[in-house]
Each structure stands twice: as C-alpha cells, then as structure tokens.
Design a protein around this ligand. Structure first.
Ligand SMILES: Nc1ncnc2c1ncn2[C@@H]1O[C@H](COP(=O)(O)OP(=O)(O)O)[C@@H](O)[C@H]1O
Ligand SMILES: [Mg+2]
Length: 287
C-alpha cells in the first residue's frame, strides 16, 4: 500500500500557498499518497498518516496554544511538536545569541528610551508573529516605545531592533534547508515602508528571486542549523528549515529569523527543489 502523507495548512494556506500544489504534485509523482488538510479540521484521523508535514499554518500566531496542543497530539509530525514549541516564539533569538551566533541586535520589552538600541530607525515586533503582523518601522523613539508598550501591555513580548538599512538595498536572504541539507536560496525585498506604521496586510510574496548565497551566509546558516538539536533537545535535524539572514552595518550576515514552523519554501522560485522535499520525506518514511 502506498504510504500516506498529509501536508497541513490553515484554511487560507490551503487556498493560496503556492508551494502546496508543487509539493503535492512532486510527492504524488513519486508514488506517495498526499492529502492537503487543515490542521484544525477535527474530522481528520492523524494516526492514519505515515507522516504529517506542517506547511502553511499561517494562523498559528493568534491560536498558539491551540496549535501547539494539536501538534502534541499528532503522531509522526514534522517538524515535531517540541521544535514547533521552541520556534513559534522568537525568544529563540536570545538562545542563538547566547550560543555565540550573530543575530540582529534585539532589545526585549524596553522600559524607556534609554533601553532602545542605538539606531536612527527602529523595528518593533511581537515575539509571536508571522507574516509581519503587528510589526512596524519607526523613525522616532517615542513611536517605537509606544508600539512596544502596547504589545507589552497586551501581555506580549516586544522586540525592538535597529532598522537594518541593508534590507532596503541588498534585501534579505532566505536559505532553505530540506532534510538537513542546503536546498536553495531566495532573496526577499524590503517589507516595511517608512511612515507606514502597523499594517496587517503586507504581502511578502511579491518581491522574491532565486539567489546564490555567499560563503559567509552559507557558513552562518549551517552553524545555526547545527545548533538546533542541542538548543531544542531533539536528536535529528529538522525536515525543513529556513534561515533568513540580513547584513549588519559592517556587511556581515546576521540572523533575522530561523523558521522551523511554517516557512514558505519558495518552490515557485526554485521548482527543482521539490525533488529535495520528496527525497527528505521518503527518508523520513523509511526511518
Ligand atoms: N531589524 C530589521 N531591519 C530591517 N527590516 C526588518 C527588521 N526586522 C524585520 N524587518 C522586515 O520585516 C519583515 C518581517 O519581520 P520578521 O522578523 O522576518 O518576522 P515575520 O516574518 O515572522 O513576521 C522582514 O522580512 C523584513 O523585511
Ligand atoms: Mg520573516
């Protein structure tokens, strides 16, 4: 009997995630039975699958405990629930920093202007968020503080970072690791416009292009991925990982985000990478 794999998404992810048709077609071509399912569909028997792969669960940020509870209940989930629990809160950035990995300088829950990182512009974001929700770029300390206080006041953890101007010209580089190996890389353009404030409807999928990572980017991303099992307390590398790097003021790569939950894999930008996903899924199935 063919093995059965579920690719899991939110209601919206199922409709619009451009990775899903490419991933499911590649798996089906390889003889794997694929279902595209909503994570919050109560009628699904998760134990019937040989592997359940989290994909575009884009609504987890405002349903975090429900999502993690679901993840904990699914046998054979990738990435596994422990990884999702660790990765859905960007406080992991602090752990990467403590492990000696260069990250975007971040101040957590600043109490006043003296706490803000030195910068001419700031980015404020909640530690639990995706798709740049509740995230904004500010040109005055007052605005940055007001935003971070509103997040803290709502019981969230606020992150304040210098706005890294390199994002406006060289952009952000996303390195995709599938089955523990570098698969491909994509350059993303800037997302936060000056003066725009908080917006909930940004679309990061417009400005994407395949790119070749530099040696420094490759080395840093590999070091980050190698640190994951030790930091999370798991033995195997994640099935999928996206490491988003930006450049600091000196042109060195630093980690903006380590996405082990529901990273877009950018398969439309790198269609050949679907074969890497098939190989990695097959390796998991034969474990
Ligand atoms: N410190 C920063 N400097 C410049 N741009 C940033 C910074 N932090 C975030 N951004 C922009 O905001 C986007 C979303 O922020 P990110 O930290 O990746 O969170 P998420 O993707 O989970 O919403 C990034 O892709 C980038 O364009
Ligand atoms: Mg991001």
């Amino acid at each position: 009997m063919a093995e059965r794999v579920a690719l899991v998404a939110s209601e919206r992810g199922l409709r619009v995630d451009p990775d899903l048709p490419l991933a499911s077609a590649a798996l089906a071509d390889a003889g794997v039975g694929v279902d595209l399912v909503r994570w919050d569909d109560g009628a699904v028997d998760w134990s019937a699958y040989d592997l359940v792969v989290v994909r575009s669960c884009w609504d987890y940020a405002w349903r975090l405990e429900e999502f993690l509870g679901w993840a904990g209940s699914v046998p054979r989930l990738r990435n596994p629930a422990e990884v999702l629990r660790w990765n859905t809160d960007k406080t992991y950035v602090r752990e990467l920093e403590r492990a000696g990995l260069p990250v975007v300088p971040t101040v957590w829950d600043p109490a006043g202007a003296d706490d803000l990182p030195e910068a001419g512009e700031w980015v404020v974001k909640p530690s639990v968020s995706a798709g740049s929700r509740d995230t904004a770029r500010w040109t005055t300390p007052e605005e940055a503080l007001a935003h971070s206080s509103s997040l803290t006041g709502a019981g969230r953890t606020a992150m304040v970072q210098p706005y890294l101007a390199s994002v406006d010209d060289v952009g952000e580089t996303a390195l995709l690791f599938i089955g523990g190996r570098l698969s491909h890389a994509v350059r993303k353009g800037p997302l936060l416009a000056r003066g725009e404030g908080v917006r909930q409807d940004r679309d990061s999928r417009g400005d994407l292009a395949p790119t070749t990572p530099t040696d420094a980017q490759r080395q840093l991303a590999t070091a980050v991925l190698d640190a994951v099992p030790g930091l999370v307390g798991v033995t195997s590398p994640p099935l999928y990982a996206r490491i988003d790097l930006v450049e600091d003021g000196a042109g060195r790569p630093v980690v903006l985000e380590l996405e082990l939950t529901e990273p877009s894999l950018f398969l439309p930008q790198a269609p050949a990478a679907a074969a890497n996903l098939v190989r990695a899924v097959e390796a998991e199935l034969s474990r």
